[in-house]
Design a protein around this ligand. Structure first.
Ligand code: ADP
Ligand code: MG
Length: 571
């Protein structure tokens, strides 16, 4: 990119979504920090002095030359785009050349900057963005922008803003969002000259999320990446010829058996390093997590799309949080596919050594009661025939405990799998794929049905007709239930449900192997194989966790295997 700041020609200015960009502390922070990131900064310090209406952002980016310092706060001055064509291939966070100019109008703006190999300069701007005479300063390479007395000339605007506490929360949110999209950056955020919070850099958003969401640990998360060739899937009339069709989607998901939230506040999407609101994609995320979480709970999920700039129109809204994404349906599909892959039980997705507490408690319990049964006669695990090319975990049934838990061995430890809910998950997904209603040989008589229940049964495809005073005959039933002795009770239960999914959950639950049922090793093995091939193996459709992992690393720690005592102890 040519680094010279130029004034955008009027025909480009006219194409840009204009609007009041600087309307809060958070907006000032966002614009300044985005400038730092566009300058390649890896270390950013934000200092806020709310009472003084002052914000300072210091970075170690490439700096601004003296010539550019003299132009940068004037209207439509930018080094990031120059021509109309550039608008369809925006690769920087900024491009309108408006932010510094607005800040000059609304505050006292001062910039100190030094480019590599040159001296540092300090420039103060007037309210039109004109630079005062530069003064030499000794600073490290990078830029320090200070915005002081923000909205000082607009007392009504100041009064209309929420309390400092609310504004600071918005600043914190803005920095969190940006940090997740730029995990390589070290952040220090200060308030009134004291450290407020820091964010350490990481390899991906997975390292940042636990620093932001205190109750979430890195081991509660799984990350996944999907490469998408947008060449075939996205040829549209307005698409320009571009060289790079390889896009990636990065997923960071909270494992549904480990974390979920009261609100959907962490179902988030970023596109090309910017946090955006794309309702269609957020809905795709929620749909992919459907029936994996407890009632009224929402997943933690951050998805970052890195796609060819020609696929995006950033120019929809001045705050750039609303964008047009071409081919939204194919992105929705990819998101569902990626979440499914990430939630699979595969060695690549295995978290490290969480569950210390649970492991500890469990071992205490099993020490008290030693009534487990262990069978030595082990069948070979079946080769998994899953359609997906993800390698699923090799799990081998070795025993059943209390006729309830299957002990499954895998190369790095063992799992306890609750047989009833694992089976419930298998059956539920079967029903999702094929809900079949079959005729009954002998009709089942149901009594005292309310009109709403009748409607519900008919909605589910169950044939039902009056059979006398307050009696009805059901002539068909869901395939999974039709041979069961409790079919009448099951139909009554279904008549009380709300929708097809609830009926499917209820049917799966009723048909699944009960706890307390003894299973042979081969039955257990089949159950494990079927279960690990499900799309959402971690939780049952009610959101309960299905398995408890006892990783070898956790066991080694518990048994103090690092205490080197001697060969006689079998170490
Ligand atoms: P935009 O970011 O849309 O180009 P701004 O008004 O935010 O517009 O900034 C104007 C120009 O000032 C930028 O194009 C860039 O060249 C320069 N600039 C601003 N902040 C920095 C910084 N922290 N480091 C390097 N250059 C900067
Ligand atoms: Mg900018």
């Amino acid at each position: 990119m040519n680094d010279a700041i130029q004034f955008l020609p009027p025909e480009v200015v006219n194409l840009i979504a204009a609007g009041e960009v600087i309307d809060s502390f958070a907006a000032v922070v966002r614009e300044l920090v985005e400038n730092s990131l566009d300058a390649g900064a890896t270390r950013i310090t934000v200092s806020i002095f709310p009472q003084l209406w002052r914000v300072q952002v210091a970075d170690n980016g490439k700096g601004i030359s003296l010539t550019n310092l003299q132009k940068c706060a004037q209207a439509h001055s930018t080094s990031k785009i120059h021509y109309r064509e550039d608008l369809v291939k925006i690769a920087t966070l900024g491009f309108r050349g408006e932010a510094l100019h607005s800040m000059a109008q609304l505050s006292q703006l001062e910039i100190l900057s030094r480019t590599a190999g040159e001296a540092g300069w300090q420039v103060v701007y007037d309210t039109e963005g004109k630079a005062g005479s530069p003064e030499a300063v000794a600073i490290a390479p990078g830029t320090i922008v200070t915005v002081a007395d923000l909205f000082g000339n607009l007392p009504v605007r100041r009064k209309g803003l929420p309390s400092f506490a609310v504004q600071l929360k918005a600043v914190q949110n803005a920095i969190w969002q940006i940090a997740l999209c730029h995990p390589q950056v070290t952040w220090q955020v200060r308030q009134d000259d004291k450290v407020w919070f820091n964010i350490s850099p990481g390899a991906s958003a997975k390292d940042i999320l636990p620093q932001v969401l205190r109750r979430v640990q890195v081991t509660d998360l799984v990350s996944h990446q999907l490469s998408v060739n947008t060449h075939q899937s996205s040829v549209t009339s307005y698409q320009l010829p571009v060289d790079n069709h390889e896009s990636t989607i990065e997923f960071v998901l909270g494992l549904p058996d480990r974390c979920h939230r009261r609100r959907a506040d962490w179902v988030r999407v970023a596109v090309n390093r910017r946090w955006v609101n794309i309702t269609e994609l957020e809905q795709a995320i929620l749909a992919a997590f459907a029936r994996t979480l407890p009632r009224d709970r929402y997943p933690v999920c951050f998805i970052h799309l890195r796609i060819d700039p020609s696929q995006i129109d950033w120019n929809r809204h001045p705050a750039k949080t609303e964008i047009y994404l071409h081919n939204i349906d194919s992105w929705r599909e990819k998101i569902s596919q990626g979440i499914e892959e990430a939630l699979r039980i595969s060695p690549a997705n295995l978290p490290g050594t969480a569950y210390h507490e649970r492991v500890g408690k469990l071992l205490k319990v099993s020490a008290k009661k030693s009534d487990y049964k262990l069978n030595q006669d082990l069948p070979e695990p079946e080769i998994n025939k899953s359609a997906s090319d993800i390698t699923l975990m090799e799990l081998r049934a070795v025993a059943q405990v209390h006729n309830t838990y299957i002990v499954a061995e895998y190369p790095d430890g063992l799992w306890l799998v609750e047989q009833h809910i694992a089976h419930e998950r298998i059956l539920y997904e079967k029903l999702l794929d094929a809900w079949q209603v079959v005729p009954l040989e002998t009709p089942i008589i149901l009594q005292y049905l309310q009109p709403k229940q009748l409607e519900q049964l008919e909605f589910l495809g169950i044939e039902i007709e009056p059979f006398g005073e307050k009696m009805w005959a059901a002539r068909s039933a869901p395939e999974m239930l039709h041979n069961r002795e409790d079919c009448a009770a099951a139909l009554l239960e279904l008549s009380q449900g709300e929708d097809l999914q609830t009926a499917q959950v209820a049917t799966a639950c009723r048909s699944a192997i009960r706890n307390g049922t003894p299973l042979s090793l081969s039955e257990m093995q089949r159950l494990l194989d079927d279960w690990k091939s499900t799309r959402n193996p971690r939780t049952c459709p009610h959101g309960r966790p299905i398995y408890l992992p006892l990783a070898e690393t956790a066991l080694a720690r518990f048994f103090r295997r690092h205490w080197v005592i001697g060969k006689s102890h079998g170490i």
